[in-house]
Write a protein that binds this ligand. Structure first.
Ligand SMILES: [Zn+2]
Length: 262
């Protein structure tokens, strides 16, 4: 059974959470996807298109069929560029090619799912104004790293921030972030990479173990969608519309002069 699409109609101002796995590692498909299906909780895979396309990378990175299958299972496929360069250091032509080529390839890969790639996750979170402006030409959502919650008012900020997990991250650290988001009714985005079962012989800096992921997903489930709604990065636009629509008074204030000023 695929992951059910997030029930955006359930959004009533509660906290939101998003989990995105960067780089398109094979173990995200093998170890994270089954848990997201089991817990019926949204996930995003930020895929480096060139590695997905290159058979010599398939020992570590997802193959096209796995990216397609993940999309069919309800995972949001995001672009993580074509070749994962430091985008602030490339020229405009390369920057554009990194943005568009990856999007074209991934759109073709997931064509069977009926979905489109509308989110860009910046490699190394290495961005500046030029990179963000270029990404926004092709993508509705641009995600960087930044240990803070993303404002729901679209004019407050253009990018999505995310909390990166590393091999040293503990459950209680993640729980604290989630609890804070719940208390503030904020949107928290977690940036993950590889997911590997314990014991991990050569755990990479950004790998977490399946036990921690299970704890996180179990905790999200225990809080429940009426208090903490899991969404994909691409869902934020609909959420923002709902957030604005539910505040008719602020819109009215914009249309009419405030008392005493007329
Ligand atoms: Zn990356």
């Amino acid at each position: 059974m695929p992951i059910s699409p997030p029930d955006i109609r359930r959004y009533n101002g509660q906290a939101l959470i998003t989990l995105v796995y960067d780089d398109g590692f094979k173990n995200s498909f093998e170890n994270a996807l089954p848990l997201h299906v089991e817990f019926n909780t949204q996930a995003g895979f930020a895929v480096i298109a060139s590695r997905m396309q290159t058979p010599s990378h398939w020992d570590r990175y997802m193959e096209p069929w796995q990216v397609a299958e993940a999309a069919r299972q309800g995972v949001e496929i995001c672009s993580h560029s074509y070749s994962h360069p430091r985008l602030t250091e490339v020229d405009d032509e390369t920057l554009n090619a990194e943005l568009t080529r990856s999007q074209d390839i991934l759109n073709e890969t997931i064509a069977g799912s009926g979905k489109k790639v509308t989110t860009f996750c910046v490699p190394f979170s290495n961005s500046d104004e030029r990179v963000i402006a270029a990404a926004e030409k092709y993508y509705a959502t641009v995600r960087i790293k930044g240990r803070k919650f993303t404002p729901l008012h679209p004019k407050d900020d253009r990018v999505v921030y995310s909390f990166g997990l590393t091999k040293d991250t503990t459950f209680s650290e993640v729980k604290d972030i989630i609890d804070k988001a719940v208390a503030e009714k904020a949107w928290v985005t977690l940036m993950l990479h590889g997911v590997v079962p314990k014991p991990i012989p050569n755990q990479r800096e950004f790998d977490i173990d399946t036990g921690l992921l299970k704890q996180i997903l179990g905790y999200i489930k225990s809080i429940g969608p009426d208090t903490l709604l899991p969404i994909n990065l691409s869902d934020i636009h609909e959420i923002r519309e709902r957030a604005q629509a539910s505040k008719p008074s602020s819109r009215a204030r914009g249309n009419f002069p405030a008392p005493g000023l007329g």
